[in-house]
Design a protein. Structure first.
Length: 461
C-alpha cells in the first residue's frame, strides 16, 4: 500500500484512447460502406429501370405498326427471342378477357397513358400461381379495341440489390472482424503499458523519488512522455537532495554551538545569582533546550527518510509491540483519569519492520491522544486484519482535527490552532508519517464518533 497520508481512492476502470479511436474509425468505415452501397444500388436500379422502360417503349412502338390481324402471330414469334421469365406480354379483349400471352390477368389499375409504369406487384403469369415480383409494364389499346400489355420483370433490380448487399456484408465482415480482433489486441497493449506506468507513479507518489517510469524499445508517444517525466523526476530528486542536504547541514552545524551554549548556561546557573537574573537564565536555558529538541527532531526525520534502513527489517510480533505501547502509556492516562483500552484481533497478519521505530510511532500517537483527550476521557488502541493487510487505529474523544488541517498536521513544525496551547514542537505526527512511509504503510486521519480523532496506520499485506 502507498504510504500516502490519504486514503486510497477506489480503482477506476480506464479505457484506451487508441482503442476508442479505432472503434470510431470502424464505425465510420461501416457507415461509409452502407452509404456507398445505398448510392450504388440507387444508381444501378435507376439505370436498369431506364433500360427496361426504353425496351418496353421500343417494343410498343414496333407493335403499334403491326396490323391487328397480324398482331397475335408477331407476339408469338417474339417469344423465340425474348428472355424467358424476363419479358412477358398479354393480349386481352376490351372487357378484359384473356386471349393470349403469358400474362393471364389484366390489371385494371394500369393506365393507358403512353407511359411505362413500375409495379411492385399485380401482374399474373401463366407459370406463376401468385402475383409476379416487381415489374415495369406498358398498356396499349389497339384500334380493334383489344388491349396489349407488355411487361419486363423487375427482379433483376432486386437481384442486383441482393448482390450488392451480400458484397457489403462480406466486405464488412472481412474487414471489421479482423479489425475488431486487432482493436482488442491494440486496446490491451497500451493499457498494460499505462498500468505499468501507473504502478511506477504510485511508488513515486509514495515517496520513492528514485523510481523511474519504464520505457519501451518502440520510442513512441508514451515513451516521449515517460522520458520527460523521468527527466523532471531526476531534477526534482536532485533539488530535494540538495535542499535536504542544506537543511541537514544547518541542523548538524548548529547542534554543536547550541550544545556549548546550553553547557555554559548550565554553568551560569550554578553561580549565585539574584532571583530575577536566575529566572531569566532559566528561560534562556529552556528556549535553548527547545531549539535543540527541534533540531534533533528534524535530523531524526531526515534519518528515517533514508530507505536503506529497510535492509534491517525483520519479522516482528505486532501484538506484543502493541501491548508494550499500551502498558507504557497506561499510567499517563490514569493521571488524567482517562481510560486507555487495547483491542486486539486474534488474526493479526505478520509484519516486517523495525520494532523500535514502530514502537516510537505508536508512542507518539498515544501521547497525542492522551494529551488532547479530556480529563476522564477515553483513548482506544485498536488493531485488526483488513483483507490481506492490517489496520492500527488510535482513537480519542478530544476536540479532533479539522478536515482542512488533516494534511497539514503531517508536515514538519506545523501546529494547528487547537494544539498551540499544548507543549510540543509540531514534529510528532511528521515523525510518525516518516516511520509509516519507511515501512510502506499508509497514514490517514479521520473523525471519530461522536467527537475526537481517529489516526489509522494501514498496510496492504
Amino acid at each position: 500500500m502507498s504510504s500516502s497520508s490519504r486514503t486510497k481512492a477506489p480503482a477506476r476502470r480506464w479505457r484506451s484512447g487508441s482503442s476508442r479511436l479505432l472503434a470510431l474509425s470502424a464505425l465510420f468505415f461501416a457507415a461509409w460502406g452502407a452509404v456507398f452501397t445505398g448510392v450504388l444500388y440507387w444508381q444501378i436500379s435507376g439505370y436498369l429501370g431506364a433500360v427496361a422502360e426504353r425496351t418496353l417503349l421500343q417494343r410498343a412502338h414496333y407493335y403499334r405498326k403491326v396490323a391487328d390481324a397480324d398482331l397475335l402471330a408477331e407476339l408469338q414469334a417474339s417469344e423465340s427471342y425474348s428472355i424467358p421469365g424476363i419479358d412477358a406480354y398479354g393480349l386481352f379483349e376490351a372487357d378484359g378477357r384473356y386471349l393470349a400471352g403469358n400474362l393471364v390477368k389484366l390489371l385494371r389499375s394500369l393506365p393507358d397513358d403512353g407511359r411505362v409504369h413500375y409495379l411492385q406487384r399485380g401482374l399474373k403469369t401463366a407459370d406463376a400461381l401468385d402475383e409476379t415480383r416487381s415489374s415495369h409494364a406498358f398498356l396499349q389499346r389497339r384500334p380493334d379495341g383489344r388491349i396489349l400489355v407488355l411487361a419486363r420483370d423487375g427482379g433483376s433490380i432486386s437481384a442486383v440489390g441482393g448482390i450488392i448487399g451480400q458484397a457489403l456484408f462480406w466486405g464488412l465482415s472481412l474487414t471489421l472482424i479482423p479489425g475488431l480482433i486487432g482493436w482488442h489486441l491494440l486496446r490491451r497493449r497500451p493499457l498494460r503499458r499505462v498500468e505499468r506506468l501507473q504502478s511506477s507513479l504510485e511508488l513515486i507518489v509514495a515517496g520513492h523519488l528514485e523510481e523511474r517510469l519504464p520505457l519501451s524499445p518502440r520510442h513512441d508517444e508514451l515513451d516521449m512522455l515517460a522520458d520527460a517525466v523521468n527527466t523532471t523526476l531526476a531534477q526534482l530528486e536532485r533539488s530535494m537532495h540538495e535542499v535536504k542536504g542544506v537543511c541537514d547541514g544547518i541542523a548538524h552545524d548548529l547542534r554543536t554551538p547550541l550544545t556549548r551554549l546550553r553547557a555554559r548556561l548550565h554553568q551560569l546557573q550554578q553561580l549565585p545569582l539574584a532571583e530575577p537574573q536566575a529566572e531569566r537564565l532559566g528561560e534562556a536555558l529552556a528556549e535553548t533546550e527547545a531549539i535543540m529538541s527541534r533540531f534533533q527532531g528534524l535530523l531524526r526525520i531526515s534519518e528515517l527518510e533514508d530507505t536503506r534502513r529497510r535492509i534491517a527489517f525483520a519479522p516482528l510480533e505486532l501484538a506484543a509491540l502493541l501491548r508494550q505501547a499500551h502498558e507504557f502509556y497506561e499510567p499517563m492516562a490514569q493521571e488524567k483519569a482517562q481510560t486507555l483500552t487495547l483491542e486486539l484481533a486474534a488474526d493479526l497478519p505478520a509484519v516486517q519492520g523495525d520494532a523500535e521505530l514502530l514502537f516510537e510511532a505508536l508512542v507518539n500517537l498515544l501521547d497525542n491522544a492522551v494529551k488532547f483527550a479530556p480529563v476522564g476521557g477515553r483513548v482506544r488502541l485498536v488493531a485488526y486484519a483488513a483483507g490481506a493487510g492490517l489496520r492500527i487505529e488510535v482513537i480519542d474523544d478530544g476536540p479532533g482535527i479539522p478536515e482542512a488541517e488533516r494534511e497539514s498536521v503531517l508536515r514538519r513544525l506545523y501546529r494547528g490552532d487547537a494544539s498551540r496551547q499544548q507543549p510540543g514542537y509540531g514534529l510528532g505526527l511528521s515523525l510518525v508519517a516518516a516511520i509509516v512511509r519507511l515501512h510502506g504503510f499508509s497514514l490517514s486521519i479521520e473523525a471519530a464518533e461522536p467527537t475526537g480523532a481517529r489516526v489509522v496506520i494501514a498496510s496492504a499485506g
